[in-house]
Design a protein around this ligand. Structure first.
Ligand code: HEC
Ligand code: HEC
Length: 475
């Protein structure tokens, strides 16, 4: 036996307790829905879980010890399922760095849109039952999960915690956190509607500390979510030590980038990068608001920061079909690189500390006659028509996605060629409804991309019908 074990046990205790709510807020009733009735609410009515109280015991509350982050080894993956058009579980606390495996047990389209403080962390299309998508949870904070496919009632919360000392309450309102370091600690108890309670506990070595927490009528909403996220992230700046060198670089980008940006970009994107330049009202689509930190044309996965290279590409070649001009001939490469950094610095998201790694796009496999047929099947199966219309021209779409969703124009806003379509299907377009489709294989995404290109009105795609297609260059 490990000689250290008794010692370790001696330095830890456990924490258990109950969370209660005796207030007057109305408990939501189960209800039937009139959307996708073939599946949603078919087995049973939808049971809202935003306030589940039984004889005063409160379920779906998270209890978190307020201790510094740990360097943690990978944890068992967390799971999120969609069943009867409800997310399960409704609330979970998971350790930073765990993987989230997302499944869909419903025979209809869903998507999983995760936001922290209103900002998208990822948005993944989930149309196929019995297929899972994995996502690394590397952002600390309260993730609010919703489904944008018309299922407005679907909500779940995933709390990503920088250590393993957390639990959630079950139907009986109780929770247990084993092996807690001994000592005096703060705890945070959070509930999506009742808000946040901060309390002190003392855990004695080898003993189990008992706490009881009671929610009164409390403030709700975003501010408690934000406060909890702040508590979890700890004091500002603690994770970004080599600040001075970074600051120097930033100062240089600011000094030299400002003039270029004012001269070439501000009349559309606004001097503050918020998309409110004086020309903005006259453009066919609004110039990007850089402060939101959402970029459509990326080589990085859904919800991630773009690489500086991605932004450089957009600045260089522009956006076909939108009023964003190409600056390749007007500015030197150095100037464009500087502008890419300058644009990224507007973002409210800490892009400088995020690692934005490009996904790899495999080589395009040789085409075959079956490819287009499979692509067409996927287009139907994945319900692309819901937003792009049965013919891809946006007509007959259930959702009003605007001109941008017309796939028959023969050019793509993200760039030229089939690889761009493949990339769009892999990354989604952040800040627009277009989700990422990672649940299908690379081969299937190529089939789908080929089919999309074949929809082109200009006939650019017709060559794809040719079985020799793999030997030719892409359009
Ligand atoms: C004539 C107006 C106009 C000018 C000038 C302009 N842009 Fe844009 N820009 C746009 C519009 C419109 C969009 C959004 C297009 C869309 O996706 O609908 C955009 C989008 C972008 C994007 C977003 C790319 C993404 O992945 O989402 C970047 C980056 C960008 N512009 C950078 C610049 C920079 C840097 C300059 C100056 C060198 C500049 N733009 C000048 C109109 C303009
Ligand atoms: C929830 C609605 C929605 C669904 C579902 C959806 N899309 Fe989109 N898609 C959009 C919107 C909106 C845009 C335009 C985004 C923008 O540029 O503002 C778009 C853009 C695209 C683009 C990029 C076009 C360009 O000009 O670069 C491609 C390619 C595309 N979608 C293919 C698909 C395919 C294939 C499917 C099914 C697997 C699909 N989409 C499902 C909403 C959707």
């Amino acid at each position: 036996m490990n000689v250290l074990l008794p010692l370790l046990i001696a330095q830890t205790g456990a924490l258990t307790g109950t969370v209660r709510y005796e207030g007057q807020l109305e408990r939501p009733e189960p209800f039937a829905v009139d959307v996708d009735r073939k599946s949603c609410g078919r087995a049973a009515p939808i049971r809202p879980e935003d306030l589940v109280v039984e004889s005063g015991a409160l379920a779906n509350a998270a209890v978190i010890l307020l201790v510094p982050p740990e360097a943690i080894s990978p944890q068992a993956p967390a799971r999120l399922d969609q069943e009867n058009c409800t997310f399960a579980p409704h609330l979970q606390a998971v350790t930073h760095g765990s993987e989230l495996i997302i499944g869909n047990s419903d025979p209809i389209i869903h998507n999983v849109h995760a936001r922290v403080g209103g900002e998208t962390v990822f948005n993944l299309g989930m149309p196929l039952p019995r297929i899972t998508v994995k996502r690394m949870l590397d952002r600390i904070g309260v993730h609010e999960i919703s489904c944008d496919s018309g299922h407005w009632w679907m909500r779940a919360y995933v709390l990503v915690i920088p250590h393993r000392f957390h639990a959630t309450t079950g139907r009986d309102g109780t929770f247990t956190i084993p092996e807690v370091p001994a000592g005096k600690h703060g705890i945070a108890v959070w509930h999506e509607r009742l808000g946040l309670i901060e309390q002190e506990v003392e855990v004695k070595p080898g003993e189990t500390a008992q706490v009881s927490v009671s929610f009164a009528e409390t403030k709700t909403g975003r501010d408690t979510e934000q406060r909890l996220t702040e508590l979890l992230r700890g004091p500002k700046g603690s994770a970004t030590e080599p600040a001075s060198r970074l600051d120097d670089q930033r100062a240089q980008v600011q000094r030299e980038g400002r003039g270029l940006f004012q001269g070439h970009c501000a009349h559309c994107h606004g001097a503050r990068g918020d998309g409110r330049g004086e020309s903005a009202p006259f453009l066919s689509s609004p110039p990007r608001d850089f402060t939101r930190g959402e970029f459509k044309f990326r080589t990085t996965s859904s919800g991630r920061a773009p690489t500086a290279q991605d932004v450089l590409r957009t600045i260089s070649v522009g956006i076909p079909g939108a009023d964003m001009p190409a600056f390749k001939r007007r500015l030197t490469r150095d100037q464009r690189e500087l502008l890419a950094q300058y644009v990224l610095a507007f973002s409210v998201k800490p892009f400088a500390t995020q690692s934005a790694e490009a996904i790899s796009i495999p080589a395009e496999p040789p085409g075959s006659p079956g490819s287009l047929v499979r692509g067409r099947e996927l287009y139907e199966k994945l319900e692309c028509a819901q937003c792009h219309g049965p013919d891809g021209d946006g007509n007959g779409a259930k959702e009003k996605s605007g001109r941008a969703a017309d796939l028959t124009k023969g050019y793509y806003r993200g760039g030229r060629g089939i690889r761009v379509v493949f990339r769009t299907l892999s990354t989604g377009l952040s800040g627009s409804p277009m989700p990422a489709f990672l649940q299908i294989s690379d081969q299937e995404r190529w089939d789908l991309a080929r089919y999309v290109v074949s929809l082109s009105r200009r006939g650019v795609g017709q060559w794809l019908l040719d079985p020799d297609v793999g030997r030719r260059s892409t359009p």
